[in-house]
Design a protein around this ligand. Structure first.
Ligand code: SF4
Length: 491
């Protein structure tokens, strides 16, 4: 196998390594709040600066690159696998710093998302990542958002050092079961993937407790339902096995600002959808476990784009399952903010989401015995389960009804999507129209609307990562209202 490596210019490296990073979707920047400071460059805002999304929902205001697209491993689904003959390039840490600072000054980016193939060894690669963000934070005084990958198999000490400099870290588990990992990524051992996730989680818990916060990551005030099994047991139990944070090596002592924290924006992961044969139930159950056991901030899904010919993979002409990815994102919001569990939404008899209906409508139609819900008396938790009532409108209903009874005109003003909710609610005991609560009838009404949106998702005009030079503030592409809602969580 020939590795096509040569001396590239910085621009050529950028072309190669930004393009190679586009299949990694595990990046958003919410959750980290740090003010700008005299003498430093950049700042982060907990709920703002990096919330620009491409039409396919991907975050676009970070410089998203690989340190290298060389890799000693050979995961079957990956464009950068060792057995592919491709131009290979590697940034030096100094080159990445130059790019970040220059792009930041030009207002192209607000932060860095740095991933990598495995160059020489996990330890060597993690050292290069550490050196990059160490330089950015200390020599260039960059206080903007940084999201980096933890390379499985790298020493704990190195991952810890990176955790003190990064806002978010992620370890991509890529595939939801050990079996598919063995079949498609035989070099990756499940225990090597889980170990850094647990280590980062313990570091986050330790840091949060040390500053008087609850050990559990905050996601939303409405996230009261997805119980965290580890915290239900005993939040301190896991700390007993927590590794003591080792001191930083003498060769590169960090001079950190006083407000140093450990991975303050939490950790995330990514799973590929459609490269292996798992059902949506398996994918969603793994997602739920990752939230419950490792308190991840986000699980991202990436529709598999066939890039390599292999008998273990879908054929090259297989379309990326964008609608399936979309349904999983919708279900992910239902887990995190709406009080649903994977085994309510899907079962072994019903293991995949309905392509024609969003998961909440699909669930409601299978549980018509629970409807209609009276909006003037139903609990917040019950309101959340009504199709067309999102977290914001449920909160507004609970607040507004203290002033008096609500009718359908009030609900419309509040933001309830009546074209969906009208089949499932009453106001003062009355439905909006004389509507039969009957599965086939409601399904027919709802699928017309949803199938148009489904078609738009399955037929995007583009499937590409935005260029740094696209004017992302003004062009929104083919985003549908419903798709935005799966990103913003109002379902
Ligand atoms: S380790 Fe990562 S970069 Fe290397 S082949 Fe596997 S998925 Fe690709």
């Amino acid at each position: 196998m020939e590795i096509l490596a040569k001396d590239f210019s910085l621009q050529e490296k950028l072309n190669i390594l930004a393009d190679a990073a586009k299949y990694d979707v595990a990046c958003t920047s919410s959750g980290s709040d740090r003010r700008g400071k005299k003498g430093f460059l950049g700042n982060t805002v907990a709920c703002g600066i990096c919330h620009s999304f491409a039409s396919d929902g991907r975050c676009i205001s970070l410089l998203k690159i690989l340190l290298t697209n060389e890799c000693i491993f050979d995961c079957k689904y990956c464009l950068n696998r060792a057995s592919n003959d491709r131009p290979r390039a590697t940034f030096t840490p100094e080159e990445i710093c130059t790019l970040v600072v220059e792009f930041y000054r030009r207002n192209y980016i607000e932060g860095l998302f740095l991933s990598s193939g495995v160059l020489k060894s996990p330890t060597y690669t993690m050292e290069q990542i550490y050196r990059t963000i160490y330089l950015l934070r200390t020599r260039y005084h960059f206080r903007g958002y940084i999201h980096v990958k933890a390379i499985p198999g790298a020493p704990e000490e190195l991952i810890t050092k990176v955790g003190f400099l990064a806002d978010r870290m992620s370890v991509n588990i890529e595939l939801p079961t050990k079996e598919s990992l063995r079949a498609l990524a035989p070099h990756k051992k499940p225990e090597n993937l889980i170990k850094p996730i647990r280590q980062i989680q313990n570091g986050i818990i330790g840091h949060r407790l040390s500053i008087g916060k609850s050990p559990q990551m905050e996601r939303s005030t409405s996230n009261r339902y997805l119980r965290h099994s580890i915290f239900e047991e005993n939040p301190y139990q896991r700390l007993e096995t927590r590794q003591t944070v080792p001191s930083v090596g003498k060769s590169m002592p960090p001079k950190l600002p006083k407000d140093t924290s450990f991975v303050p924006a939490g950790q995330s992961t990514q799973m590929i959808i459609g490269a292996s044969g798992e059902s949506d139930l398996q994918l969603l159950s793994t997602t739920q476990k990752l939230y419950q056991q490792y308190d991840l901030k986000r699980v991202f899904f990436s529709a598999y784009v066939p890039l390599n010919e292999d008998s273990a993979l879908p054929t090259l002409d297989t379309a990326p399952p964008l609608l399936r990815e979309h349904r999983l994102y919708q279900a992910d919001w239902l887990l995190r903010f709406y009080g649903f569990h994977a085994d309510e939404l899907l079962s072994t008899d019903h293991p995949n989401f309905n392509i024609l209906l969003d998961p909440k409508c699909d669930w409601a139609l299978r549980h018509l015995e629970l409807f209609p819900v009276e909006v003037n008396t139903a609990s917040y938790a019950k309101l959340l389960r009504v199709p067309g009532i999102g977290t914001k409108s449920a909160q507004r209903i609970v607040k507004a009804r203290k002033q008096g009874y609500l009718d359908f005109s009030h609900l419309k003003k509040i933001g309830v999507v009546l074209k969906r909710a009208k089949y499932f609610i009453t106001c003062n005991g009355k439905m909006m129209y004389r509507i039969p609560i009957e599965e086939n009838f409601i399904t027919r009404q709802l699928t017309g609307e949803d199938s148009r949106q489904a078609w738009a998702i399955e037929h995007p005009q583009t499937y590409r990562q935005l260029s740094l030079f696209d004017d992302f503030h003004f062009s929104r592409g083919t985003t549908t209202e419903d798709y935005q809602k799966s990103i913003s969580g109002q379902i």
